[in-house]
Design a protein around this ligand. Structure first.
Ligand code: GCU
Length: 681
């Protein structure tokens, strides 16, 4: 049979007989909620289905806690369970769960702090079984942060901005789709990795989302996802009152504009009573926003916050991706990396309590390497979420494979030293460091209707890893990919080791052949963001500059001679980046403008490092298809061939990258390669 990727890591493959033999089976599944729309009920069904597939055992569902529970699985909330038990349960946070596989009467207890938690616990248990892991546990599982979202960039016409996996599963021809099957499958995947919300439409939003047909469509989406514990949010277009509502203005301080938003919000809530919030991209890349009406960004955000106030825990996600994209490059001090702090820092006290600022992890735009955004260390009162990008926009667009957990981990482990105290970014976004009550994570995601979901079977590991890292940012990227591989492909050790090796090598390899030393991904930046085009970085208003000339390269972001960006970081971090001696090599050109002959800590010159890294990266990419070839016959042919084709393409394209970038810089500086590979022969 053809193995599609629809089930992702939830395939629940039958365990090999010798492993299965060690399992005693179950008497029944006791589900502490009869309502079919409850995630607890979903959990019961999922356990039944999973056990059938993994262990080959058919188990009945009961709803009665007073039955004989020996050898059963009990799933529900701690509250629903309290009536029937006296078990000591460790403290659970919102969405947390307690998993006890050795409870009284050989019973398995899966008890959530809420409905969602119970479902998360069921998935945790099933994913252990699916890996043949029957070890006893009695443990509380709690999330690092309450906000664990994804942002789809889906347009109403069915296209997906930066999507590489077919048309949208949500929209088509201006409307919400009729068939909800893929949406339910998507919700299942999200919930299994404990993600609790999805913003369904593009941040470059279309106000036609508010017509009656689409409001009803949103209701159907929300109804489909709710049994999986996934809530929906939507992106808004700031100028909707003027362009869609027929008002003369969208001024956030105008009472009629406020009423318009309140009215729309009421309509949305009539259809989706548990809508999680609004995401706003405004005054960004040509979009209108509060600044268009001479108001502050806080005035804009607070207007939406007021509209949402009556609706429980709903929040406004106000994106910090605000910058001038007509920046003049000839002015040495101009620097897009400064924009977020300049626009937001002084507003720290101004935002309503239900506004959260959504900050891209780096100061520019999801490059192969950036330092963390300084804004993450500049808000104290205003809460924040960090925005990652599972979509591989600048990382090969799912034609190349780059496993991103190691990149995210480096950012989350980065110590910002706020007020001279330990401040790893994971503790800032969890809310712990600054005492925030709602903060966390979101990611740009480009799931499409392709049966790989994302365009490349291996790239789906990034979604899985995102879920694992947001729940526990101290997770180890190696064990995450090992678990994902066992669940997705096979328990076979060769399969696990091979996928792990390719994955863990993939980011450094891509960095080597795309852009080194913090110079950014040297792709076309004007439109596609794909393929080598180092020349496109400069000479435009976008501000993703390299300032490469015939002698020197890099952005001078120092206070002493450059844009002053280093001073946006807390003092101890600022000191490290200000000084070229202490700036790590991999961020050298991010912070400093140096001659091509500048010597790195490795002893190499910058230009020789470029040449060597590009050769190393392209050479290593050749090993990926060879490694993968070992898996022939160990996994199904369909997915084997798909990945083999992609990795072969990547290996070829890595050579194109190598030569394009190396010759571009050789032509500029005329310094030949010491190893005679690049130059005039
Ligand atoms: C990037 C991306 C755009 C997107 C923007 C955003 O610049 O290329 O397609 O709209 O980010 O995050 O808003």
């Amino acid at each position: 049979s053809i193995e599609s990727g629809i089930d992702g890591w939830l395939r629940y493959s039958a365990l090999p007989a010798e492993i299965k033999a060690a399992h005693r089976g179950y008497s029944k599944i006791v589900v502490l909620d009869k309502s079919e729309t409850s995630p607890v009920y979903t959990a019961g069904k999922e356990l039944q289905k999973g056990i059938k597939k993994i262990l080959g055992q058919s188990v009945d569902i009961s709803f009665d806690l007073s039955d004989d529970l020996s050898n059963s699985i009990v799933v529900g909330t701690t509250v629903a369970f309290a009536a029937g038990g006296d078990e000591e349960i460790a403290t659970l946070k919102e969405d947390g769960f307690w998993l006890n596989t050795k409870a009284r009467n050989d019973c398995v207890h899966i008890l959530g702090q809420n409905d969602r938690g119970a479902l998360y616990g069921a998935f945790e248990y099933l994913m252990r079984l699916a890996q043949g892991d029957f070890a006893a546990v009695a443990e509380a599982y709690n999330p690092s942060a309450p906000i664990r979202w994804v942002n789809q960039w889906d347009n109403l016409d069915g296209s997906i901005e930066r999507g590489y996996a077919g048309p949208s599963i949500f929209f088509r021809d201006g409307e919400v789709v009729k068939d909800m099957a893929r949406i339910a499958q998507f919700a299942r995947l999200l919930s299994s990795i404990r993600l609790n919300a999805v913003v369904v439409n593009n941040v470059n939003a279309n106000p036609k989302l508010f017509n009656e047909t689409n409001l009803n469509g949103l209701r159907r989406i929300a109804d489909t996802m709710r049994p999986w514990g996934v809530r929906i949010g939507i992106s808004l277009y700031f100028d909707s009152p003027r362009e869609f509502g027929g008002l003369p203005t969208s001024d956030p301080l105008d009472p009629a504009v406020n009423d318009w938003w309140k009215d729309i919000t009421a309509k949305v809530y009539e259809k989706v009573p548990d809508m999680i919030g609004y995401t706003i991209k405004a005054n960004s890349e040509g979009q209108p926003g509060p600044l268009t009406y001479n108001r502050t960004l806080a005035d804009g955000a607070n207007m939406f916050a007021r509209a949402l106030k009556p609706y429980g825990d709903a929040v406004v996600m106000y994106r910090a991706f605000v910058y001038n994209h007509h920046l003049e490059e000839s002015e040495w001090k101009n620097d897009r990396a400064n924009a977020a702090v300049e626009y937001f820092k002084h507003l720290d006290e101004e935002f309503e309590d239900n506004v959260i600022v959504q900050i891209k992890w780096g100061p520019i735009d999801f490059q192969v390497r950036e330092p963390p955004s300084p804004l993450l260390a500049n808000l104290r009162k205003t809460k924040a979420v960090i925005e990652f990008q599972v979509a591989q926009e600048y990382l090969g667009q799912q034609s190349h494979f780059v496993y991103m957990a190691p990149l995210w981990k480096e950012i989350l482990d980065f110590d910002m030293r706020i007020d001279g105290k330990p401040s790893p970014i994971r503790d800032i976004v969890s809310g712990e460091r600054l005492g925030w009550n709602r903060s966390g994570y979101t990611t740009v995601l480009n799931i499409g209707s392709d049966d790989t979901w994302i365009g490349h079977h291996l790239s789906l590991s990034n979604l899985y890893a995102y879920g694992r890292m947001t729940w526990d940012p101290c997770s180890d990227p190696t064990s995450i990919i090992q678990d994902w591989t066992r669940l997705t492909f096979s328990l076979d050790q060769t399969v696990v080791d091979t996928v792990t090796k390719i994955s863990m090598d993939s980011w450094p390899t891509y960095e080597n052949y795309s852009g080194n030393l913090g110079i950014q991904t040297l792709c076309d930046i004007i439109y596609t963001h794909y393929g080598p085009s180092p020349g496109s970085q400069d000479g435009n208003g976008w501000g993703q500059w390299t300032r490469a000339n015939n002698h020197s390269i890099g952005m001078d972001r120092t206070v002493a001679t450059g844009s002053g960006n280093t001073a946006q970081y807390p003092a101890e971090v600022a000191a490290v980046f200000e000084n070229i001696e202490t700036t790590p090599d991999d961020l050298l050109l991010w912070f400093h403008h140096v001659p091509y002959t500048h010597r790195l800590k490795s002893g190499k010159t910058v230009i020789q490092h470029f040449y060597d890294a590009h050769y190393e990266g392209a050479k290593h990419a050749q090993t990926f298809p060879l490694e993968w070839a070992k898996l022939k016959g160990l996994i199904d042919d369909h997915r084997f061939e798909h990945v083999a084709f992609k990795l072969k393409y990547q290996a070829g394209h890595a050579i194109v990258w190598r030569d394009s970038v190396n010759y571009f810089y050789f032509n500029k500086c005329q310094i030949p390669d010491e190893k005679n590979r690049v130059g005039n022969h």
